[in-house]
Design a protein around this ligand. Structure first.
Ligand SMILES: [Zn+2]
Length: 648
């Protein structure tokens, strides 16, 4: 369970917290969704080409469309096209091919496990994307199933839609107006699962996401590892607005992101209330025009301002009436209301940042300068606020326009936004939430009829219900409850299960389960990077134990090696480091030698010398032969010698 001391203490029930999840998971298909390129990332050689933004105005959502295009103007996208992992389809030079049947069948299997209703025919639609992450200007998506539910902790959570869609191109670099994407990821099939707004607590969201992620992996047909699963969160509180938070990659970050978003909305509502009580009016805020205050800063000590002025820029300021003290109000740790304004200025005008009166004098800006600006703008420092931008004129004006608009929206409380999740659990403004009408039929791709045959194939990979699995682990594999609890939460559950089933006649399943849980976790605590150990290496390890090539005691040391050299065969590593097993006869010879070397102690301490001898023996034999067998051999040998000695 993930608990975090920094999380705010909020009463989520009385706040009316509501959360819906959108889970995106890459499917492990051979080829991409709309072409025959391999569905995997690649660092191979590439060609490059450039594009500018293409979609037409009518295809966009309603929100701030004109402004959005204004912002996009002049932006250039460069695409790296890896030679074997992209083709004319990714380059948008050739129409997409018919939809990948394998991807649809995997999605159907998952839909069945989620009790969803599978459609009769797959229709591919276009969803507009505006960030250049798709060469065509839209993402292709197709609904596979509707409705359904998942049970978690005795409660049913509704599923709204299940779709397959193409993953976006991978962002490699962003500098100024230039963004570089790599096309290997573009077109990798994703399943998108959207839950209903049934979640009312941050921790609950974590549990539901965990359960869905596990179900996906149980098909054995989805990719694993960082970046292969991404969760988007739709979060709102009573009186707030739905904020769409994109790209939470780590499951354990979910509760924090939600808690912070709830807190952010609480604080925004407090600001609204305060503004209302101060008699703030939207029209009054929107009527504020930026004023050129460059003269005030002619001899400024601020390095930033001096640099801007020397390169022909200006300083503009705008009054934000009745906002005194509110720009400095903290929303979540490290982010103030002023940060929200700065986000807008950055997004809409591409400026580096803003200065606001609640943080001044600071950054080399003096009290005299602040007073001068107050005078020019007719700002009452006890009641009002102002925002400064030092930039080229056009950008500065655009930035302040965005600031004024965002400030006015504070009277609505929480604006409907799409935000990006950051590593520390906070979020930043990404863009306005797109309007509803953003899907269009993809006329280049014929509909795909779902046949009986496809249903039968999907039934074969449909994962069994968790309860059935737990029962099987307990009754057939004899796993303890504690081990079951760990195994079902493990990201490698599908692999563990496969290996337990394959080797159950040779190795007790609990031994395999412990390697994956107890041993790996122990290594992780020691700081070993267990995430880099590959499935192949783990499979090899179990296979070597099964064939008696190594003893299970060697697992720990071998896994350490594997973590350091993930691209190498474990068998090769084991040979290299002398981890090969030895015969019983050989072991016996070594035991005899050690007893002989310590004969005095043995004869003196008799049976009590067992521990000492065992320690010396194991330091020689660890990992080469099963510890239990060694113990048995040592005990026998000692008895023999002790009784022989008594007879004498
Ligand atoms: Zn391709």
């Amino acid at each position: 369970m993930v608990k975090d001391v920094e999380l705010p203490e909020l009463d989520y029930q009385s706040l009316g917290l509501t959360v819906g999840l959108e889970i995106h998971q890459q499917l492990a298909t051979k080829t991409k969704l709309f072409c025959e390129c391999p569905a995997e990332l690649s660092d191979e050689e590439h060609t490059s080409f450039e594009r500018r933004l293409r979609p037409t105005r009518s295809e966009m959502g309603e929100v701030d469309v004109a402004a959005l295009f204004e912002w996009k103007k002049g932006r250039v996208y460069e695409y790296e096209a890896p030679i074997n992992h992209s083709c004319l389809v990714e380059a948008d030079e050739e129409p997409p091919h018919p939809i990948n049947r394998e991807a649809v069948i995997i999605a159907m299997a998952i839909a069945k496990a989620l009790n969803s209703w599978i459609v009769d025919e797959i229709h591919v639609m276009r969803k507009v994307v505006i960030d250049g992450s798709n060469t065509s200007g839209f993402q292709r998506t197709a609904i596979v199933a509707l409705g359904g539910y998942i049970s978690v902790g005795g409660k049913k959570y509704s599923i709204e839609t299940i779709a397959v869609e193409e993953d976006a191109a991978r962002k490699v670099k962003e500098e100024g107006l230039r963004t570089v994407y790599r096309l290997d990821r573009l077109g990798i099939p994703l399943i998108e699962i959207s839950t209903g707004p049934d979640i009312h607590d941050p921790q609950e969201a974590y549990e539901v996401a965990l359960a869905i992620g596990r179900l996906l992996r149980l098909t054995g047909r989805v990719k694993r590892g960082l970046g292969t699963i991404r969760q988007d969160l739709n979060v709102s509180i009573k009186g707030g607005a739905i904020t769409e938070i994109k790209g939470v990659q780590r499951l354990d970050l979910i509760p924090k992101v939600i808690a912070y978003e709830a807190l952010r909305q609480v604080k925004l509502l407090e600001i609204k209330e305060e503004l209302v009580s101060r008699g703030a009016k939207k029209e009054e805020i929107l009527a504020q025009a930026p004023v050129d205050v460059t003269d005030v800063f002619k001899n400024s000590k601020s390095k930033i301002i001096r640099k801007v002025l020397s390169s022909g820029g200006r300083v503009y300021a705008v009054k934000i009436p009745k906002f005194g003290g509110l720009l400095g109000k903290e929303l979540v740790p490290g982010r103030r209301f002023g940060t929200e304004l700065a986000d807008y200025a950055r997004f809409w005008a591409g400026v580096g940042g803003i200065f606001h009166s609640d943080e001044l004098p600071k950054y080399g800006i003096s009290e005299t300068e602040v007073n001068e600006v107050n005078k020019i703008l007719k700002v009452d420092p006890k009641l009002d606020a102002f925002v400064l931008v030092a930039e080229k004129e056009e950008r500065a004006l655009k930035a302040l326009e965005a600031v004024v608009k965002r400030a006015a929206a504070a009277l609505d409380g929480v604006p409907a936004e799409t935000r990006a999740a950051l590593e520390d659990g906070t979020t930043k403004y990404l863009r306005p939430r797109p309007g509803k009408a953003r899907m269009y039929p993809e006329t280049d791709i014929p509909p795909l009829e779902i046949t009986e045959g496809m249903h039968r194939e999907a039934d074969k990979i449909k994962p069994e219900p968790l309860e059935a699995k737990i029962r099987r682990f307990r009754e057939e594999y004899k796993l303890s409850n504690e081990l079951i609890e760990q195994v079902i939460r493990d990201v490698r559950l599908d692999l563990i299960e496969k290996l337990m089933e394959r080797y159950k006649e040779v190795i007790p399943p609990k031994v395999i389960a412990s390697i994956f849980t107890v041993t790996l976790r122990g290594l992780k605590r020691e700081g070993v990077n267990i995430d880099s150990i590959t499935d192949n290496q783990l499979e090899e390890l179990v296979d070597m134990i099964a064939k008696g090539e190594i003893a299970k005691e060697a697992a720990e040391d071998l896994l350490k090696l594997a973590a350091e050299r993930p691209s190498e065969s474990l068998r090769k590593l084991a040979r290299e480091k002398g981890f090969t097993s030895i015969s019983k006869e050989e072991a016996e010879r070594i035991i005899e030698l050690i007893i002989k070397d310590n004969l005095n102690v043995v004869l003196e301490r008799k049976e009590r010398s067992m521990g000492l001898i065992m320690g010396k023996v194991m330091s020689k034999l660890r990992g080469k032969i099963d510890g239990k067998i060694v113990a048995e051999m040592v005990r026998k040998k000692l008895e023999e010698i002790i009784s022989k000695n008594r007879k004498k």
